[in-house]
Design a protein around this ligand. Sequence first.
Ligand code: HEM
Length: 415
Amino acid sequence: MTAATRPEAELNILDPDTYANGDPSTFGLPLDYFDYLRAEHPVFLQKLPEDPLLIDEVWLVTRHADILAMDRDPSTFTVEDGPINVWAFTMGGIFGKPGMLNFDGDRHRRQRRIVNRGFRPSSVQKWEAKFRQYARRIVDHVLEQGAFDFVEEVSHRMPALALGDVLGVPEDDRRQFFAWMDMLAAPFETRVTRSVEEMLQALNNLIEYCRSLMQLRLQEPSDDVMTQMALAGSEHNLSEDEVIGNALLLVAGAAESTRTAISHGMHSLLQYPDQMAWLRERADDIPPSAIQEMVRIATPFTHLVRAPTRDVEIHGNQIKRGERIAMLFVSANFDPDAITDPRRFDLGRDPNPHFSFGQGPHSCLGKHVAASEIKILFEELLRRTRDIEQTGDVAYVRDNYARGVYSLPVNLDAA
Ligand code: HEM
């Protein structure tokens, strides 16, 4: 473990303001503080700011090796019966609609197998052709504008269009669908979600929408994940609540995270011109390492929560059965004991054992879809531009779980 200086002021790692006020020169993250925690407090009890949306306290685990061991041991560290993050509510808890991320063991494996049917290679191939069309459409639009907010015009639009196809949301409904989703994904950000009531209303609307979409897809099956889940439901493998729970999981997790990776990825390219030049040279076929590095520095979800199924001791800390433990992915992704020279934004990095997609039985089911969207988008963008320049400050979303970028003003010159 590398030596780390004790920070002057104590920082609350799970305060939404910690990320809202992040330092853009360190990817918006308190990297010195993470170094200090990994060295001095690999496990500690973090009190959360008083907020009805947050649980009171959580054990934080900060080292890559410890998180890897936990994530891969669901019989000791379960996701069941509790929130998956430090928010005080879960979709399962409030509305009785649990998805696969709320279960371990056989129930998890069964749901994961069924939803995975929606990601068949033939579907993915069709989606990729559509992703290319969407990326071209987005680039056409921003080329006309010249100066614009990258987050609004590019990062928001690509996953919304792409996931519309993946989930099977008809084009006319997508604007409303993703407006609800945005509120759900950013409950602490008053520029997006004005009140808790508004967020709960959005969640309710999404549940009702997913219910009717499920019926639609039973009548008009298509190449999408909702069709596969609805068909599985009708074969009695998946209850209506399970279909809706998994649809909500995709809605809540898939678009926001991809958008975040695109935004942080672009911001880092703007900050490191050598990496921008490296990527431009490879814009005809961007290598996987580049996408993985963008996803690492973005770490779209700062943490996920587990609870021990028995009393455990980690680095001298006694943690009781049922207490909450947050695996701080965002710290693991900058742990020098696992990632060489972690503060370097290095698009050729290989290996890159980052935690942004998780590494255990719940590891992201959509990671290939996300990587494909990001690759295609940057290929189109870089091929058709000569220069992209940042024209104002980056602003981050106020949240402690989904580490979004709120705005990133840029100007571009056509190739
Ligand atoms: C850059 C984009 C994305 C990131 C960073 C991301 C991250 C994650 C993480 C951290 C988990 C939980 C891992 C764990 O608990 O160990 C997860 C699970 C999941 N993700 Fe993603 N995700 C992304 C995009 C997507 C997309 C595009 C989809 C679907 C189209 C998707 C579908 C899922 C599903 C279904 C699960 C639950 C898997 C399970 O419980 O077995 N994700 N994702």
